[in-house]
Design a binder for this molecule. Structure first.
Ligand code: PA5
Length: 430
């Protein structure tokens, strides 16, 4: 069982905090938002109980590993990349690609159209043993298709026109888009992204499950954690802490003018989880002049970079710390220099102990400085907890969409730039 706790005490106890009466006043709307979520569940709520997608992902991952693949290139951007990257960074060894005894191929992410990145991937991979996973729900995103075309050219050069298709996977809409046409033309295998699941809510589809299975992560545990979250939300409705959190963040933004929501995990491995959340919150809620600006930070590193601003800068932020109770690894700090008081005190503690003490210290210091903060505490850092947390943050975002009165599942604001790009790059019809 995942043990994920949400603590909003310091959003109420801080000077100018949210009062119980305000939450009560918002209650009917919060209840209605939770009822709508459960009555007409958006696609992402169904994913944890959709075993078919994980079975397909696990089977293909098994085939990729059995083929002796040395490299797996995941080409995708936005919601088609941030979730898988977050999982990889949270769960795999930080130097996965350098490990001699890793289980599965090296993994590379081609997101941007920066030629330096793609060239570097091509420098590294062994093209004769490389699989390419092209991930785009629409099947037409310029960045992903450009990365695909370059990777395709390199694969064809290395293994020939015939064999290249055996090493390519398209993760895309099951019915629509250019990848469906290309797949049919070239006999390329496909994994589906359910049509009713938007990119940034798709981490628990093959978008996130295939790469996780390729690096030998336990995708069943990931889904189990997410399912636990869905079950709890179903049982508790507007009382579920992730749902309640939507109310706090909404009120902090609309009633207290706190326009920035900082997510600051105290774990390097969760840095990209914050990046995933930044997209989720920004693209889902930043509409019609509404929404708060999400920002990612990491503790303790950013204590030496941004915390000065959080403590004494403008009163426009809510800081959300993520604390991991039991880190997957720890190191004792050896005793040495005990005669030097500024060094010797560290000996006998552990690195994880220091990390968590610093998290607690930041929480207390923020409170004392009148800076609203919340904490999400994960009992452990594993697939189950990650699955729960990501599902809970998706729930919170969907609920916040209802409170703001915006559609959390579209992104009209990114269209204009796309149209201009298409026109400048000579796409017919633009
Ligand atoms: O959340 C979203 O819908 C977007 O961020 C998309 O994931 C992103 O634009 C990539 O789209 P696609 O998967 O169609 O290539």
């Amino acid at each position: 069982m995942a043990d994920v706790a949400f603590d909003y005490t310091n959003l109420t106890e801080v000077e100018g905090g949210i009062m119980g009466a305000e939450i009560s006043q918002l209650s009917p709307r919060l209840e209605e938002a939770a009822n709508v979520l459960l009555r007409e569940p958006p696609g992402f709520m169904r994913l944890p109980k959709t075993a078919g997608l994980s079975e397909q992902s696990k089977t293909l991952a098994g085939e990729i590993k059995a083929s002796g693949a040395t490299d797996f290139v995941h080409a995708g951007i936005g919601g088609s990349a941030l979730g898988p990257i977050a999982l990889h960074r949270a769960l795999d060894h930080p130097y996965h690609n350098l490990l001699a005894n890793r289980s599965g191929p090296r993994i590379h992410f081609a997101e941007n159209t920066d030629p330096a990145t793609l060239s570097a991937i091509l420098d590294i991979v062994d093209l004769s043993n490389t699989w390419v996973n092209v991930v785009t729900k629409s099947g037409s995103t310029a960045e992903t298709m450009a990365n695909f075309l370059v990777l395709r050219g390199a694969l064809v050069d290395a293994v020939g026109e015939e064999a290249y298709g055996e090493r390519v996977v398209f993760t895309t809409d099951p019915e629509e888009g250019y990848l469906v046409q290309i797949a049919e033309r070239e006999g390329i295998r496909r994994l589906p992204i359910p049509p009713d699941v938007g990119g940034r809510f798709s981490v628990l589809t093959p978008v996130g499950l295939l790469p996780a299975a390729v690096t030998s992560r336990d995708v069943d545990a990931l889904l189990r954690g997410a399912e636990q979250c869905v079950d709890e939300v179903t049982r508790e409705g507007a009382e579920h802490p992730a749902v309640v959190g939507a109310a706090y963040h909404y009120l902090m933004n609309t009633e207290r003018g706190r326009n920035v929501r900082v997510m600051m995990p105290y774990a390097d491995s969760l840095e990209r989880l914050a990046a995933w959340f930044v997209q989720l919150w920004a693209e889902s809620l930043g509409k019609e002049g509404k929404g708060s600006t999400p920002h990612g930070a990491v503790g303790t590193t950013d204590q030496h970079s941004q915390v000065q601003l959080y403590m004494e800068g403008p009163q426009d932020k809510v800081i959300e710390l993520i604390e991991v109770e039991n880190h997957p690894r720890d190191l004792p700090i050896p005793r040495a220099y005990e005669d030097l008081e500024g060094v010797g005190y560290l000996g006998g503690h552990t690195m994880a102990g220091l990390l968590n003490v610093e998290c607690d210290a930041t929480r207390k210091a923020l409170l004392e400085a009148g800076r609203p903060n919340a904490t999400i505490k994960l009992a452990a850092m594993d697939e189950e907890h990650l699955g729960y947390l990501m599902q809970a943050l998706e729930v919170q975002t969907a609920i916040a969409g209802s409170l703001y009165g915006v559609n959390a599942f579209d992104q009209p604001g990114v269209e204009a730039g796309k149209q201009i790009t298409y026109s400048r790059m000579g796409r017919p019809g633009y």
